[in-house]
Design a protein around this ligand. Structure first.
Ligand SMILES: *Cc1c(COP(=O)(O)O)cnc(C)c1O
Length: 422
């Protein structure tokens, strides 16, 4: 038996699977419970006034009120810390809460961020409409063009933002190369890593300073609940940031996490519920197994579809035809996860194909245990004006797959039946 199987020590175990199973829950529980109980209460009582004052003033690591922190949520955050090797983790109510809280923390009126326009629909809308209306400029760049990135940076730039694999295009930016430019200019790299879990890549090696994640996807364990996380690797020195530079540097926390914990997260109130934290802590324990199995099936299906006469194109970074194969191999050891997209001849063909499926479900979401398809142009991006869809490169002949845990032969048969209809 491995000696480091308990509590905090589990965070130092070498293997990902052992860390993710054992980290977090602090023993002993009064009843010897093997999972962290759900502390479904709003408030916590204290023996005396001095202790509650210390808790409120961050002098003692105690829970006061569940909008600020909660033991079940803290357990989930510790598990993520152990799995990622990050310095600090904050769990929130959704992926969008993780993204919005992050940008409320690092930007201010007059500052700008550099971002890829190929983003999750709500993220694009948050940056372009919500954040911009508070005086933050968003400079969209082609992240394959390193010179364009370098040229977009100026004295008011406070972050670079992209998704680790874009959706629905399945592009993979060369983060280590981008990181060189950013380090040179002292700009933090904030990446949405929702579609590749920590066992699939090395965030620090890629140059990532902060990850924002929709834990609804791989982590929740079968689409059990909506959640998000901000993962701070504690590497970037935030002194250079216009807004955070003026803060004192607290012990064991970056200025960024301190700003979030002491102000932004508390004020915006998008906290994760203890029930969600419980479900997702359990879900996370099978993360690696699911990711590896789903990815194997995804590759098998992508390969099969790439040779199918009715399929115009398949986007999956592991395929030989993908321009991102080399960078994907460098970053993800050749395992770029369980999402891919296909192009058919037309939008009506996409609808006909999807409507004929019997096992695969028509639903949004990613990395459910069930395989899902969606037509992004008419759904996720459905309310966007045509010129924005064009700018974001969202085409109407594209179907997105999120591959689940069903048998690959059954999935192939279902897909074949669907393609036979067109
Ligand atoms: C789903 C998703 C989000 C948003 O997460 P929610 O949990 O739905 O708020 C953000 N980014 C990516 C890449 C996603 O797939």
């Amino acid at each position: 038996m491995n000696k480091c199987l308990k509590n905090e020590e589990a965070e130092h175990c070498a293997a990902f699977s052992t860390r993710i199973i054992n980290a977090g829950f602090e023993k002993p529980d009064v009843y010897g419970a093997i999972n962290q109980p759900v502390y479904r209460n709003a408030s916590f009582e204290f023996p005396d006034s001095e202790t509650i004052a210390a808790a409120f003033q961050h002098r003692a690591d105690l829970h006061t009120y569940s909008r600020i922190s909660n033991p079940t949520v803290a357990n989930f955050e510790k598990k993520i810390k152990a799995a990622s090797g990050a310095e600090n983790v904050i769990a929130l109510a959704s992926g969008m809460a993780a993204i919005s809280n992050t940008f409320w923390a690092v930007t201010c009126a007059g500052s700008n961020i550099i971002a890829s326009p190929h983003l999750f629909g709500n993220t694009f809308s948050f940056l372009k409409s919500t954040l911009s209306s508070f005086g933050v400029e968003v400079r969209f760049v082609d992240v394959d063009d390193l010179q364009q990135i370098a040229a977009a940076i100026d004295d008011n730039t406070c972050a670079f933002f992209a998704e680790i694999i874009t959706n629905p295009h399945l592009e993979v930016a060369d983060l280590p190369e981008i990181s060189k430019i950013l380090k040179n200019k002292n700009i933090p790299m904030i990446i949405d890593t929702t579609v590749i879990p920590w066992c699939g890549f090395d965030a620090k090696k890629a140059g990532i300073d902060v990850e924002v994640i929709s834990t609804t996807k791989y982590i929740s364990g079968g689409a059990t609940s909506i959640g998000g996380a901000i993962v701070d690797y504690g590497i970037y020195d935030w002194k250079a940031n216009q807004k955070l530079g003026i803060l004192p540097k607290p012990k064991g926390m970056s200025r960024f996490t301190f700003k979030l914990r002491s102000e932004i997260v508390r004020n915006l109130g998008a906290c994760m519920s203890p029930d969600t934290a419980y479900l997702q802590s359990l879900g996370m324990e099978s993360l690696q197994l699911r990711y590896e199995q789903m990815s194997r099936t995804a590759y098998g299906l992508a390969l099969y579809l790439s040779e199918h006469p009715k399929v115009v194109n398949v986007n999956y970074p592991k395929l030989d035809c993908s321009p991102y194969k080399a960078v994907s191999e460098k970053l993800f050891k050749g395992n770029p996860g369980a999402m891919f997209t296909i192009s058919l001849k037309s939008k009506p063909d996409c609808y006909k194909f999807m409507d004929a499926l019997k096992i695969i479900r028509r639903a949004t979401n990613l990395f459910d245990n069930k395989t899902l398809v969606i037509h992004p142009e008419s759904t996720i991006f459905g309310t966007f004006p045509p010129e924005i869809k064009k700018f974001m490169g969202v085409e109407d002949n594209l179907v997105r797959f999120s591959v689940g845990l069903e048998d690959i032969e059954d999935l192939k048969q279902d897909i074949n039946n669907g393609l036979d209809v067109i």
